[in-house]
Design a binder for this molecule. Structure first.
Ligand SMILES: [Fe+2]
Length: 303
């Protein structure tokens, strides 16, 4: 990776190829991305009222804070309006809704000064989403819902675009994770005991790239990018939205970023909803990607 494209006037196909090559794309807000952020802000403010959500951590015991998030986050994720707004964002960003499938949006928080870094507000160690059973054609969309600054965003670690890292993805299976770990997120307050794929060798966090854009701005990156949560020293809880998309033609053709070190099994292909009618991908496409535990593509290739 070597380029951050701002408001690139290119087709979705050219942009996807650039993302698969490791480039970053940043777009100014569009009406629907602002509406999506506004919707998330309203829900967050209602949940924390009368406190300002960005400051609430300074006034609440951490258990209470985690409980509020445990109610707020699924409400936002599964709200029909969230899906409608994403359909509009995809359209405004030039995606073909008939071929673009998306996952429900997540509402993420990163608290100041390690107040809550586990479970419902997990501070992500350096990772690729492809260690978590994301397909290599997955594109991540990230939007801040309040103003952000350099010390409360996420960071990319560009050297690892081409440099493999020993990691624990071999033991990760998405279907297994969903069955056992996802539901207990809110109970992981003091520490996070869920087993996640991590680097198993030292990672050099520098050089790193942090993108700071205004509310409703959109950051796009490949699921194969190495990224992490920046230690938040801003004084505020950061609130952001992310969702993922895949293009069905790329999925069928197995186009996407290169796999240099991911060895997980299972797939999240079954989660994506078609832009036009929220239909799931055909079973045969999901099956193409659904490797059984310990029979991943990488280990098969070694036989
Ligand atoms: Fe991630």
């Amino acid at each position: 990776m070597n380029t951050v494209f701002f408001d690139a006037k290119v087709s979705d196909g050219v942009r996807r190829q650039g993302l698969y090559d490791g480039q970053l794309y940043v777009h100014s807000s569009v009406p629907s991305s602002l509406a999506l952020c506004e919707f998330a802000r309203q829900m967050s403010e209602a949940a924390f009222a009368p406190l300002d959500p960005r400051q609430a951590q300074h006034h609440l015991p951490v258990e209470r804070f985690a409980n509020i998030l445990a109610e707020l986050k699924p409400k936002f994720i599964h709200h029909p309006r969230s899906k409608q707004l994403i359909q509009q964002v995809l359209t405004e960003m030039g995606c073909d809704l008939a071929k673009t499938h998306f996952d429900v949006p997540r509402l993420r928080t990163s608290t100041h000064d390690n107040y809550l870094t586990s479970g419902i507000s997990y501070a992500f160690h350096p990772h690729r989403d492809t260690w978590y059973s994301a397909p290599f054609c997955q594109i991540n969309w990230w939007l801040p819902i309040y103003e952000i600054q350099s010390d409360n965003v996420m960071a990319f670690h560009p050297r690892y675009w081409t440099q493999p890292v020993k990691n624990g993805s071999h033991d990760y299976n998405y279907q297994e994770w969903n069955r056992t770990s996802r539901q207990v997120a809110a109970q992981q307050i003091k520490s996070d005991t869920r087993r996640q794929p991590r680097p198993e060798e030292p990672i050099e966090l520098e050089p790193q790239i942090r993108v700071v854009c205004p509310v409703g701005g959109i950051l796009l990156f490949s699921a194969a990018q190495m990224h992490s949560t920046v230690p938040n020293t801003s004084g505020y809880t950061r609130f952001s939205i992310d969702f993922r998309s895949i293009h069905s033609v790329d999925a069928l053709a197995r186009r996407g970023a290169p796999n240099i070190d991911s060895d997980c099994t299972g797939t999240c292909m079954g989660d994506y909803l078609r832009g036009t009618d929220l239909a799931h991908l055909p079973d045969e496409v999901i099956r193409m990607y659904d490797t059984p535990p310990h029979m991943s593509v990488a280990s098969e290739a070694q036989v």
